[in-house]
Each structure stands twice: as C-alpha cells, then as structure tokens.
Design a protein around this ligand. Sequence first.
Ligand code: UDP
Length: 352
Amino acid sequence: MTGLIILGTRPEALKLIPIIKKALDNRFSIVIVSTDQHEEAITHIFEKHNLKLDYRLKRTQVSSLGEQIASYLAQLSTLFHKKSFDFVITQGDTLSAYAGMLFAFFKQIDFLYVESGLRTLDLDNPFPEEGLRVMMSHIAKMNFVPTQSEKDNLEKENIASNKIMIVGNTSIDYLMGHMPKNQKVKNGQTILLTVHRRENWHFLEDFFTRLVNFAQNNPHISIEYPMHFNPTIQKLAKEVLSESSNIHLYEPLEIQDFYQHLLNADLIVTDSGGVQEEATFLNKKVIVIRDKTERIFTDENIQIMSITESSLFDEASAMLHKSFFTDSFNTIYGDGHASTRIIDWIKKEYER
Ligand code: UDP
C-alpha cells in the first residue's frame, strides 16, 4: 500500500501531521509533497517533528488561480508519471488540496478528503475555497468529516453516506498533543487577534484604525497580534498599529508559542477557522470576524460578526467583562482521535 499526501500551507501541515505520524507508526508507505505555499512554516513544522518532505514543488511566478493550479498539476504529473499510488490525501480547501484532488482524479487514484463537508453555501464567500471544497467532496472516495453537521451538508448534495465518515477534526488531535502545561501569570486583560482572510483584506485599514482607537481608550488591555505571512497585511499592520504601546505585533508564531497566547487570552478575535476550532475546544471567549463561517457552533462564548460591524469593539469590551469559566474542554469539533479513526479506516481498506 502506498499513499501520496499533498499539502502546502501551515494549517494543512498542522492538520495532516497527526495522520502522517500515525501512518508512519503503522509502517504505511507514504510520499509527502509540499507545494510550499507557506514555505518557511512548512520547513519549520516538519523539522520540528523530524519528518521528511519527499518532494517540494517549485514556486513559480503566476498571476491567476488557474495558472497556479496548472503549475501544481503539471509538476505533480511530471514527478509521478511512472509511479502510481493506492490513494491521495489532501485536507481543507486550498489550491494545493484541489490540485491534489485533480491529480488523483486524472490518474484514477482513490482520493481521500480530510476535513470535508464544510460549507457556507455561498460560492463567493469564501472564494475560491467554497467551490473547491464542493468539487473535492464529489470526487472523494471517502470524505472524513469533523461533525454531523458536515455529514448533513454532504448528504444534502447527494453524496452517498458510505462515502462519509465522521471522525472529528485533526486540529484537535494536534492541539491535545502539544498543549502548553500552564497559563502564564499576567496583569490586566489580553485580546489575541489573528486576521488574514481574503474577504477581509479590503476592510483591514479601517479595522486597524478602529483597533488603535480601542487600544488608546483601553490602556489596561493588551492586544497581542501574531501577523499572518502575507507581506501586504504585515506592511499595513506595521504602518497603522506599531505606534500603539498596548498593541504587540509578532511575526507568525511557532505553534506552541501560539497555543500559549491562546491559553493566556481573555478574548480571541479571529477570522481563522483553525483558531476558531482551537479556541472553542479550550472554551475561550471568541469573536469570529467573518460575514459567513462554515463552522457554525456558537454559544455564549462565541460571537460571529462582520469585521465592518460598528459595534465590534463594544462587543469585545462586553465580552471581556462577562465572567464565564470552565476548565473542561468542548469537544464539538473533535476529541483528539480523528487521525486514529482515519488511519484505522485506511488500514481496513488497503491493507491486504
Ligand atoms: N497559528 C500558528 N501561529 C500563528 C497563528 C496561527 O501556528 O502565529 C496556527 C493556529 O494555531 C491554527 C493555524 O495556525 O492551528 C491557523 O492557520 P491560519 O490562520 O493560517 O488559517 P485557517 O485556520 O483560516 O486555515
């Protein structure tokens, strides 16, 4: 049995590493390819885990999504024109994941899709992710979905239930395996911010300006902002935010540093799906700054608001004042065993 795993971004690496490690523990033969969309983060995460990338695709200058896909597909086809696999695994909704699916489809190899079934039901939001995941789910031989809600989404699209398996989200596997031991002692309140989604780019300057205002009016609140890799966002963030003494900007953090910030935060403001899952698991207060999210779980701790919403910072203040504490975990997105379920299924299906 030989499998091909294709990934390219930080969240794909974090969510696929639990599967890769279990596959290697079980002595599966796997080939790992990175498209290197987040080259530095991928290098770092793989080195940290002593894992080897078998191939790294060349990053070519492209000016459209179509050219990007074409470049990935051409490189994969050249690399593996003589080699076949029993299955190809990708995760999520990136161009790398989609190219992996296309490669599998054209070679008539089983495509196994991790974290399938997320939907906003709006092809324009997030674009192109929503469309990519719809197409990938229909080609997959098996859709590993996090929760019942994603299974329902797929069944509404007439995907047969024997092609869907609820396993939980592997982000929780990773988090449980790398949880910092303690919350750090600190003074005052802390907000952790992450923002990177394409849909929000247009509104970022205004959002940052309002954030500076909020920070000035609330000097006792410390705002911790690990920036995303995107150089345009980093430039803008530095220009608008760096003068504020209680806004702290960081280069993208190593995952365990980030988890420590997550544990320490009194409130998390984020547009990241992965951070939403992790914060929910830790029962943290969260404002998800998106018009539409495919992760629909909300409770008194979780608000979903547009980044342009004028009451956003009032809501942040109100949430900081609410006292709600539980040291239990919320396993709505996963219980830490998703990768075991996936590997067990692969073993049954392909080990003869
Ligand atoms: N993350 C990280 N360092 C940071 C910020 C986030 O390691 O400085 C992790 C975070 O814990 C989560 C993942 O990156 O697991 C989220 O990735 P991202 O925000 O890029 O994308 P999304 O979740 O929207 O796909």
